[in-house]
Design a protein around this ligand. Structure first.
Ligand code: NAP
Length: 492
């Protein structure tokens, strides 16, 4: 069976390892970037790190005991992923500089045709019995829709495409957005720029981040047999407790929210900055941010937090609703990603020429975030409703690749051409997922987890444990096996 995996980030790499382990050797991983790594290739902004502890933000089957700190910086995570790829001999399967433009299912041949272009514009195409879309939710930078944005005469870039050639030292800089990325790079650049204006649309809830290098004794302790496993279990429980707070906003959420408020009050000694930075929504509705450096940075002499909305951008800088023009040399957009788009604008058609864009016109949905009826042997990794606000996405990805491998093994063992989730199964699981958001903090404000209709399409509504249980064993009754049509004129 030939499998094309789209994306060489944590998801695509996990899929390749799992499939190879079970005898699926004909694998091609198409990656649009010049290198593997996905989000960890692209996000190189100063201070880029993962606020999920590395002992859990890493594959269970490739544990490292020499992480330098609890939450590793981007270069260390990218190195880890490169190391895993080398250890598993996956380099030969990865084709970089291939931006996939379309995936089309052919009802006659029961195959997918995947088309891609490279940076020179040359086209290539790949045939496969299965496609794995491992592009995730956070791959396409989103720019704000602001009048005059293109007319700005200074320099500008998005945080996920950091321009390291531009020297920020001594410059007047505007940062638009105050999400998980901005709170990591703002404290770093605040130290070197002349003036920093941080434009905030919504405040955030914060919890402390322990970002110091591990002392020698901790490193030594982690190497003691068994300690790593205990540590992972403890981290798992800690992360599940954050989900418990989000799921129960009036009880556990209130308690954890108070802890966050205490931490924030201690950090925000300037009453005016405190007033401006304070969030006006339920704890856990948007992503809770882990930073012990961001709020102090806002109170530096050279930093101003601006909460008036940007109304347009003039050639000299952003203009806010109070009429102020903020003259700056550079604008950095920390405005997140086109999360609702998933893999689009890729053109994807399944059985009878059905377009995925039409199927998802009311918002993305997939059985366990993985399979969509009418798109046989197509699997999504980090698909709809599989983001986590309190856990590690690596946990989800490992469960997903185990599940898709079971699906493909069924195809192989049965001699069928492909496997397709039953529409009624997908519809029922989608209804159930959506119903589980009722009463949770996720529904209590707008965030990138929801689409314009208010439907939560990004997040899993429950605990990691629950997702793990549901994806452990594929239920064959949830699927139909697709048989290739008998060719006309055949006597079979
Ligand atoms: P984000 O969390 O979506 O934050 C985007 C920020 O830009 C928000 O403050 C948003 O305000 C603001 N914004 C968006 N459009 C705007 C507009 N038109 N005008 C003004 N402000 C605007 O994006 P991100 O910081 O890049 O992070 C995205 C996700 O990546 C995170 O939620 C997280 O899952 C992941 N991430 C993880 C880590 C980690 O350490 N694990 C680090 C970085 C990123 P509103 O809040 O009002 O929408």
């Amino acid at each position: 069976m030939r499998v094309v995996i789209i994306g060489a980030g944590f998801g695509g790499i996990a899929a390749a390892i799992e499939l190879r382990k079970h005898g699926f050797d004909d694998l091609t991983i198409l990656e649009s970037a010049p290198e593997l790594g996905g989000t960890w290739y692209y996000n190189t902004y100063p201070g880029a790190a993962c606020d999920v502890p590395s002992h859990f933000y890493s594959y269970s089957f490739a544990q490292r005991r020499d992480w330098t700190r609890l939450c590793s910086p981007q270069p260390e995570i990218l190195d880890y992923l490169r190391g895993v790829v080398a250890d598993h001999g996956l380099d030969k399967h990865i084709v970089t500089d291939r931006k996939v433009t379309s995936c089309h299912w052919d009802d006659q041949t029961c195959r997918w045709t995947v088309r891609a272009t490279d940076s020179s514009g040359a086209e290539s195409s790949y045939e496969a019995e299965s496609v794995v879309l491992a592009t995730g939710q956070l791959n396409q930078p989103a720019m704000p829709k602001l009048d005059g944005l293109d007319g700005f005469t200074g320099h500008s870039f998005h945080s996920a495409r950091w321009d390291h050639d531009y020297d920020l030292r001594g410059k007047r800089v505007a940062v638009v957005g105050t999400g998980a990325s901005a709170v990591q790079f703002v404290p770093e650049i605040a130290k070197e720029v002349a003036e920093l204006r941080v434009f905030q649309r919504s405040g955030n809830w914060f919890l402390p981040r322990h970002h110091k290098m591990y002392p020698k004794w901790v490193k030594a302790l982690i190497k003691v047999p068994g300690v790593q496993a205990v540590r992972r279990t403890m981290l798992f429980r800690y992360m599940e407790s954050l989900t418990a707070a989000i799921r129960n906003p009036t009880t556990i959420g209130r308690f954890v929210g108070r802890r966050s408020a205490r931490f924030m009050r201690n950090q925000l000694t300037d009453p005016e900055v405190r007033r401006k930075a304070w969030p006006d929504y339920t704890f856990g509705c948007k992503r809770v941010l882990f930073s012990s450096e961001y709020l102090p940075a806002l109170q530096r002499e050279n930093v101003e937090l601006i909460t008036e909305a940007i109304t347009r951008v003039e050639p000299s800088g952003p203009v806010t609703e109070d009429g102020r023009t903020h003259e700056v040399d550079c604008i950095i957009y920390g405005t997140g990603f086109k999360t609702n788009d998933f893999m689009f604008p890729m053109d994807i058609t399944g059985t009878e020429g059905r377009s995925l864009r039409d199927v998802w016109s009311g918002g993305a949905h997939a059985h366990l975030g993985l399979t969509v009826p009418g798109f046989p042997s197509m699997f999504l990794l980090y698909g709809p409703n599989t983001n986590t606000s309190g856990g590690s996405i690596i946990f989800f990805l490992e469960r997903q690749v185990g599940y898709l491998r079971q699906a493909l093994s069924r195809v192989r063992d049965s001699g069928a051409a492909a496997i397709d989730v039953r529409p009624e199964v997908e519809a029922a699981s989608d209804r159930e997922v959506q119903s589980r958001f009722a009463g949770t903090a996720w529904t209590m404000c707008d965030s990138w987890y929801r689409n314009e209709n208010g439907r939560v399409i990004a997040n899993w509504p429950n605990y990691m444990k629950d997702y793990g249980e549901r994806t452990r064993t594929l239920n064959p009754d949830d699927f139909t096996l697709v048989r290739a049509p008998i060719p006309a004129g055949s006597s079979a």
